[in-house]
Design a protein around this ligand. Structure first.
Ligand code: ACM
Ligand code: ZN
Length: 699
């Protein structure tokens, strides 16, 4: 008793001397490395000049930023004296400034706010810029809490990719997102400029790229892409949708980003996702005919020359170290019969089409390396043989990134299950259209790029950082894209910057405040305070009599969507909103889903429940019919129920509940669900037989 009393007194003493943290200081994203508070606040008068020793273009560029964004122009002083109220002191060399993008140490800064003034110090203008962002986040009603901050990022690469091909985003919109990126200390914008949706970059040497394929006959992606007669069209065609960035636009955006210490990494997709290129220049395809393939022909020298010429113009516009060449999802179909591709394989002793792609990638890499740049590509570039100096962007999960780093290649982690922000973030039935996964904010936040067992390994050494991606097939409006970006992008910012993360609850509280800030600043962020959360059924184990019972598959599930394999449908675990998270099992065979649960002995069957997902855009349809059968011997089945779910195919998203109640007997329970279309998926998560409902005891 006495001991407890002493402890309590000590705690009281501590609390009474500690300075309560002013709210703004508690809400910084990303969380700084060290932050301590002292009493008082600094009042920031409008128009106050910031005194700095920066010179030349560093001064000019930052002056424009602070004047326009913060209302505080710069003033030069060789040694900003203690008398200056707001001081920015750069302590490093020009060489260090030039290296800041690749060095966490050089991006660090120290900030001190006292009632008398503000001082930010760093080795580089980049660090000073980050110090200013912290000041911006600390400000509330013109007052800044007195703090001392010492801060360096965890990773040098903290990125965002926006797909500008499937839907086109204006220069103004991109600048607005660059502003938000800077505020949260993100420093790489990966610009997905080319893809089957349309070519978006003016290339002087190949004007047909934009003249012929920057526009298409309609905006809606699904209608256009699914139409077997889909067409690109020239600008000005009635109903045409699209656009492109002129080289002047690109220079303007690159400059705008650079002023925010954001490097733009352009992506030119090759050799797959090149439908628009082989339309504009069919001589670069295997068949020579438009609309017959997505891939470039990598057997023709003309393709290499063409892409090198495109990359020359790219390098003139983008000063980034990395140039992204895509490399994902090449079909490699036509290469198998194309005489040029076959000859290229033979001459270079390539054993398959994966090696043929590697050969192409390697030659592109040599070209980029000769020009002082490095090749970055999606993780498919590891198939065949990885080009010797290439860096890998790991998207199909984390394994490829780990493998690449283990073999001493630089990696950027962009695993789709955590960092693809085009996935749903809440109950799909109440959300704007998204892609099929369910990536809630906590999932993005909790992803750890270097799990404990990889500490001190090559993964740590070769990990450049992390990146979020937004693919825009289903996102056509600026407000919708912002809704998908925020606040999940903030979780990535925190992972990329903060070494000692605070845990989700703490982050979520800060994210709610920042969502509010973003909304007030005109960003259409998802209102986190109204998040509904995961599907109720997925939150607890469903107890039923078939749990743990073996399942025989008469219609096999697809390996890609195997979930937990043969135990999935009787493990008591129900799926969440997305089908990618390992609880929903997917069937695509013509047999549909046809499963038999062995109850172990003759059993009275009272109820059977099976949920089926329906997601139109993912071609996952509720079945055309469901048949429920029982058997004593596993050979002769008696049908006890049939149902025809009347779900409309075009329904965006729902979970169709098949339910049966009655009296039947059998050892084997068979559920057969037939697909409503060839090539449509059936997804289900559990075959529930005789649900066990535990009533609460009275006491
Ligand atoms: C990708 O999502 N195909 C990189
Ligand atoms: Zn070919």
């Amino acid at each position: 008793m006495m001991r407890k009393h002493i402890l309590l007194s000590a705690a009281f003493l501590l609390l009474s001397t500690a300075v309560p943290m002013p709210v703004a200081a508690q809400n910084i994203i990303p969380q700084p490395e060290h932050i301590s508070l002292s009493r008082g606040q600094f009042k920031l008068n409008k128009g106050l000049k910031i005194v700095t020793n920066l010179t030349g273009s560093d001064f000019k560029v930052l002056n424009q930023y602070t004047s326009e964004v913060m209302n505080h122009p710069l003033a030069y002083a060789k040694n900003p004296s203690q008398q200056a109220v707001f001081r920015l002191i750069c302590k490093g060399t020009a060489q260090q400034a030039a290296q800041a993008m690749d060095s966490v140490r050089l991006q660090g800064y120290e900030l001190e706010v006292t009632p008398k003034g503000i001082t930010i110090q760093s080795l580089t203008p980049t660090g000073l810029f980050y110090g200013l962002q912290t000041v911006r986040q600390l400000e509330k009603d013109g007052k800044i809490a007195c703090v001392k901050v010492k801060d360096t990022p965890r990773f040098a690469y903290r990125g965002l990719m926006i797909d500008c091909s499937r839907h086109f985003w204006t220069k103004e919109f991109l600048k607005k997102q660059l502003d938000a990126m800077a505020y949260f200390k993100l420093d790489r914008f990966h610009w997905h400029l080319t893809d089957g949706g349309g070519w978006r970059m003016e290339v002087k040497q190949y004007p047909r790229l934009t003249a012929e394929t920057a526009y298409r006959t309609q905006s809606d992606w699904t209608c256009w892409w699914m139409d077997k007669d889909r067409r690109y069209c020239p600008a000005g065609t009635p109903g045409a949708y699209g656009g492109y960035y002129t080289q002047e636009d690109i220079k303007d955006i690159v400059r705008y980003a650079a002023a925010r210490h954001i490097e733009i990494i352009p992506e030119i997709e090759m050799p797959g996702h090149s439908d628009e290129v082989v339309f504009a220049y069919p001589e670069l395809s295997c068949t020579g005919k438009p609309y017959t393939q997505s891939d470039l022909c990598v057997g023709k020298e003309a393709t290499y020359t063409f892409m090198e010429n495109v990359l020359k113009e790219v390098m003139e516009l983008f000063p980034s170290k990395y140039i992204h060449i895509g490399g994902d999802e090449a079909e490699r179909r036509t290469w198998k019969t194309c005489p040029d591709c076959q000859r290229m394989m033979k001459e270079n002793h390539l054993k398959d089409v994966a090696e043929l792609q590697s050969h192409f990638t390697h030659r592109m890499e040599q070209f980029l390396n000769r020009n002082g740049r490095k090749l970055l590509g999606w993780d498919e570039i590891m198939e065949g043989k990885l080009a010797p100096n290439a860096a890998v962007m790991s998207w199909r999960g984390t394994e490829a990134g780990i493998e690449a780093a283990t073999s001493k290649h630089h990696v950027v982690m962009a695993p789709q299950q955590f960092y693809y922000l085009n996935m749903y973030q809440d109950n799909p039935m109440e959300q704007p259209k998204a892609q099929g996964g369910y990536t809630r904010l906590d999932k993005t936040y909790n992803y750890e790029p270097i799990p404990a067992k990889y500490k001190g390994t090559n993964l740590e050494k070769y990990m450049d950082g992390v990146q979020a991606c937004v693919w825009t097939e289903f996102i056509a409006e600026p407000g919708h894209l912002e809704y998908m970006l925020y606040p999940r992008l903030l979780a990535l910012a925190e992972t990329g910057w903060t070494k000692q993360r605070t845990g989700y609850d703490n982050f979520c509280r800060r994210a709610v405040v920042n969502v509010d800030r973003l909304r007030r600043a005109g960003y259409n962020a998802f209102d986190l305070s109204k998040e509904k959360g995961s599907r109720i059924e997925s939150r607890s184990i469903t107890q039923h009599e078939a749990m743990g019972r073996p399942v025989t598959y008469l219609g096999r599930y697809a390996e890609k969507y195997r979930a937990e394999g043969d135990s999935t449908l009787t493990n008591g675990l129900r799926g969440d909103w997305g089908y990618l998270e390992g609880r929903w099992q997917g069937f695509i065979d013509s047999t549909g889903m046809d499963v038999v649960v062995d109850m172990g002995k003759l059993t009275e069957i009272r109820d059977v429940e099976v949920d089926f997902m329906h997601q139109y855009d993912a071609v996952i349809y509720a079945p055309a019919s469901v048949e429920l059968m029982v058997s004593d011997d596993g050979k002769n089945y008696k049908t006890i129920d049939t149902a025809q779910p009347g779900v409309k195919t075009k329904e965006a998203y729902l979970v169709y509940p098949y339910r049966w109640k009655g009296n039947a007997k059998g050892r084997y329970v068979r559920v057969r669900a037939l697909s409503r279309e060839k090539d449509a998926w059936i997804f289900t998560d559990e075959v529930i037989v005789n649900r066990i409902i535990r009533s609460c005891g009275k006491g």
